[in-house]
Write a protein that binds this ligand. Structure first.
Ligand code: GLA
Length: 400
């Protein structure tokens, strides 16, 4: 995989040279992510446990004098030109909006940028719940940080990238995706407290135990803007308000209530709101237990908690769909699997499984083919490594 990354970096530098006539000064990488457990808890100030994966957005670029930006997308084979003094969405080239939005957010936060030339290339599947947009935003902020010597800490890169997604793109996402893309650590998942942003890297030790993180893309594309994501957020806020009234204390978020207290009060909530809150409150508890079980080497319990998380997302938070449920059911029934669940925002996208490496070869023929026959969709399988968060990469001279 490292060799693969190096060759992608080389190809991108070559493309930059063909496009702009000289080698790029910087190449940056920002990864996508898979969330192992802790879904829809981040915007409720709760806990999440994602890992950065070896699929990423790469940007090769060089700063220029002036205010003009020229950016070429390898994926779309399109060049976009714009001025840093006129940053608005470009409906003709939607792919460039994440770049424009992140630059606009950086400028609004008081950072001084100049023009630049860049080439982009990403291999995080889009619309699959693996955070291709967060990887893109974090890559832009990491590039600007290096090229204009802005000295922004990784945590602030994540916050600025999230702001770009919230305010420029218009998706009210939480902090998880940008945070893990900026601060992920190799061979580890990150326990993030989404209220304080304190975080702890936990070595998964999966490969030492003959286990792998296997992600399957259901082929059902999800769109957060058009989906019910924002309405789930509103339902959680409503639940917080009602639970605050019922408990007669100030709750800032669903983070402030534990499962025992919630169980006492849930009968007084409207049914749908009770279900949404039950998912969030129980999921926070599952994340903490999952981390404890991993630390004590109990991967069996970790897998069970993944399965329980899926049931909660399916039945209480209602963010799954027929195809993902089928994929998760088939995956869980495969003997080499310790646990499987929907990962990411939901309404399509991917399932993540913890699987014995010895079972991966037959997973495709024994599980994926059944899924494809029953749904008529084609599914992609990615066996992922947990990698470091965003970085300026070394350019190794050609022929070396
Ligand atoms: C999307 C959002 C995240 C998070 C997840 C659900 O990925 O971008 O902030 O809310 O959904 O856990």
């Amino acid at each position: 995989m490292i060799a693969d990354l190096q060759s992608r970096i080389q190809q991108l530098s070559t493309r930059f040279k063909e496009q702009f006539g000289s080698s790029p000064v910087y190449v940056v990488r920002a990864p996508g992510r898979v969330n192992l457990i802790g879904e829809h808890t981040d915007y409720n100030e709760g806990f999440v446990f994602p890992a950065a994966i070896d699929r990423e957005m790469l940007i090769a670029g060089t700063a220029c004098v002036g205010r003009e930006v020229e950016v070429f997308s390898e994926e779309y084979k399109t060049l976009d030109r714009f001025s840093l003094d006129d940053l608005h969405k470009n409906p003709a080239n939607p792919w460039v909006n994440y770049m424009r939005g992140t630059l606009s957010t950086l400028q609004n936060a008081g950072f001084h940028l100049s023009g630049f030339q860049a080439v982009l290339c990403g291999n995080v599947p889009q619309g699959a719940g693996l955070s291709s947009s967060a990887a893109y935003e974090v890559a832009v902020a990491t590039f600007a940080n290096a090229a204009f010597d802005l000295r922004i800490e990784p945590k602030d890169i994540a916050l600025l990238a999230q702001k770009a997604e919230n305010e420029f793109i218009g998706v009210q996402c939480g902090i998880m995706d940008q945070f893990i893309s900026a601060l992920g650590q190799a061979d580890s998942a990150l326990l993030i407290d989404c209220r304080s942003l304190e975080h702890k890297a936990v070595k998964t030790n999966f490969s030492k135990q003959g286990l792998s993180i296997v992600i399957t893309n259901s082929g059902v594309s999800r769109g957060l803007v058009d989906s019910e994501y924002n309405s789930r957020r509103r339902e959680c806020d409503q639940g917080t308000k009602l639970l605050g009234q019922l408990s007669r204390r100030k709750l800032n978020s669903l983070r402030d209530i534990d499962l025992d207290e919630f169980n006492d009060l849930q009968g007084k909530l409207p049914g749908r709101i009770a279900k949404r809150c039950r998912h969030v409150v129980s999921e926070n508890q599952r994340v903490k237990e999952a981390v404890r079980s991993l630390e004590s080497g109990d991967v069996t319990r970790f897998g069970q908690l993944m399965n329980e998380s899926h049931v909660s997302l399916r039945d209480d938070f209602e963010v799954s769909c027929r195809e993902i449920d089928l994929l998760v059911d088939l995956t869980q029934a495969y003997p080499h699997v310790l646990g499987a669940r929907l990962t990411g925002g939901g309404f399509g996208g991917c399932a993540v499984a913890l699987m014995r490496e010895s079972g991966i070869a037959d997973f495709r023929t024994r599980v994926i083919s059944q899924y494809e026959t029953q749904t008529g969709r084609s599914a992609q399988v990615y066996v992922c490594q947990a990698v470091d968060g965003a970085k300026v990469e070394q350019l190794i001279p050609l022929g070396f």
